[in-house]
Design a protein around this ligand. Structure first.
Ligand code: ATP
Ligand code: MG
Length: 403
């Protein structure tokens, strides 16, 4: 039976000298994980990956490739016999498709890594281009073509048209594990996605303040976690009740320090969750100066309460760049739903801008909040989300967090 064949380009991996084998192996494993239960085959050879399977696996393969981290681009390809005539025939078909979908010029990109093929890449491109041109299908434009048609003569010969962009980055699972403080906002899901793209496995931690925050607010965060799961080979979310903590802060800390106290409490809980889950870093969606409380002074005071490095992948990004990524990964539409987050409800009008270490410590100590933090950790809920959207949520047992 005819197989659907996809040719996949891998990017940054080619830079990784000694680790290359591990990275490649992980990339293949990750692709296979998405295709679990499908009769699809993944092969990585000489800098290119192929994924092929029966026609009924096409939606699963395309889902996999549109979520797989570590690839720069992919296309559905036609495999043809290694003759220039077969290449010309396949290129003509691609050119007709391009014309039918509105292209008015084309260009051939040819590559030959099989040096036993008698024509070099320039000759392949010329002869394939001529065949299209002579039939009056489309004119060539080598500078600004509407359509690119590619020919790759490798162990087999591939012809393909439009290329879809991959997410680039390093295969998930090559960069250790991080704990993402995930809220319902626009930023933190993007922060998680960016770390997944550096190869990190992500667990999520969410603080809710029932009944001040609604069940919809939590559902929103779970939906954001599912998006991260789809790129990050699944995720765990730990949901920690923070109402009492917030109330204590409101009652016992100066109002302008409320946000900073909350952030410190979050770090304290995050420390414990890192220990429980094996995460090596705490990730937040903070961006320098984006809101009044996100100053370098406040960040450094917060850091002093973290037992693990705090990574803020958005620290130097502006809101527009963040929104662009949020839109790309599909989190934006969820993030802008109106349900309020716990921070917003208790946050002061004028938070302290340049917190000072000693003053902060005195206020924090006076809260005597550790027992409430322990209680919150003990009362946490835990859910796990699969990377394959169709499989949905798997609720963990007994609030335990798997390592
Ligand atoms: P976001 O859009 O991610 O909510 P933000 O710009 O609204 O960020 P803040 O609300 O000040 O900023 O929060 C800063 C960071 O603290 C968030 O990016 C997130 O990592 C973490 N955070 C805030 N609220 C929560 C929460 N309820 N649960 C878990 N983490 C949170
Ligand atoms: Mg927020």
């Amino acid at each position: 039976m005819e197989q659907a064949v996809y040719l996949v380009k891998i990017g940054e991996l080619t830079l990784k000298g000694g680790n290359l084998k591990d990275f490649e192996q992980r990339l293949v494993q990750n692709a296979q994980a998405y295709l679990d239960g499908q009769r699809a085959k993944v092969v990585l050879r000489a800098g290119r990956m192929t994924v092929e399977g029966p026609e009924e696996s096409v939606p699963a393969i395309e889902y996999a490739l549109s979520h797989l981290i570590g690839i720069t681009g992919w296309s559905r390809a036609t495999v043809v016999p290694k003759t220039i005539e077969a290449i010309q025939e396949a290129v003509i078909v691609e050119a007709q498709k391009a014309r039918d979908s509105g292209a008015r010029s084309f260009k051939i990109n040819a590559r030959r890594s099989d040096k036993s093929f008698p024509l070099n890449s320039f000759e392949i491109a010329s002869l394939a281009g001529e065949a299209v041109y002579e039939r009056g299908i489309l004119p060539v434009d080598v500078h600004k073509p509407d359509a690119k048609i590619s020919v790759e003569v490798r162990e087999r010969c591939f012809v393909y048209g439009p290329e879809r962009k991959g997410h680039r980055g390093l295969p998930c699972g090559t960069g250790g594990k991080g704990l993402l403080l995930l809220s319902g906002g626009i930023d933190s899901p993007v922060a998680g996605y960016r770390m997944i793209r550096r190869g990190m496995k992500i667990d999520c931690l969410y603080f809710h303040s029932h009944p001040y925050t609604s069940p919809e607010a939590q559902e929103k965060v779970e939906n954001l976690a599912k998006i991260l799961a789809s790129f990050g080979l699944g995720t765990h979310i730990n949901i920690v009740p923070f109402t009492k903590v917030q109330q204590r802060i409101r009652d016992a800390a100066p109002a302008d320090y409320a946000t900073l106290m909350l952030r410190i409490c979050m770090m304290k809980v995050a420390n414990r969750m890192c220990e429980l889950t094996g995460a090596k870093t705490i990730i937040t969606g903070e961006s320098l100066g984006q809101v009044a409380s996100q100053t370098v002074e406040n960040m450094s005071v917060t850091n002093s309460y973290a037992a693990f490095p705090v990574m803020r992948p958005l620290v130097g990004m502006d809101k527009e760049e963040i929104i662009e990524t949020a839109t790309k990964i599909g989190s934006y539409g969820i993030s802008i739903l109106p349900y309020e987050d716990c921070c917003v409800l208790f946050s002061p009008k004028h938070p302290v801008l340049r917190a000072e270490q000693a003053a902060t410590a005195a206020i924090y100590e006076a809260l005597e909040i550790q027992p409430l933090l322990d209680e919150a950790i003990a009362a946490r809920e835990h859910k796990r989300f699969s990377w394959n959207a169709a499989q949905g949520a798997v609720v963990g047992e007994g609030g335990a967090t798997e390592v």
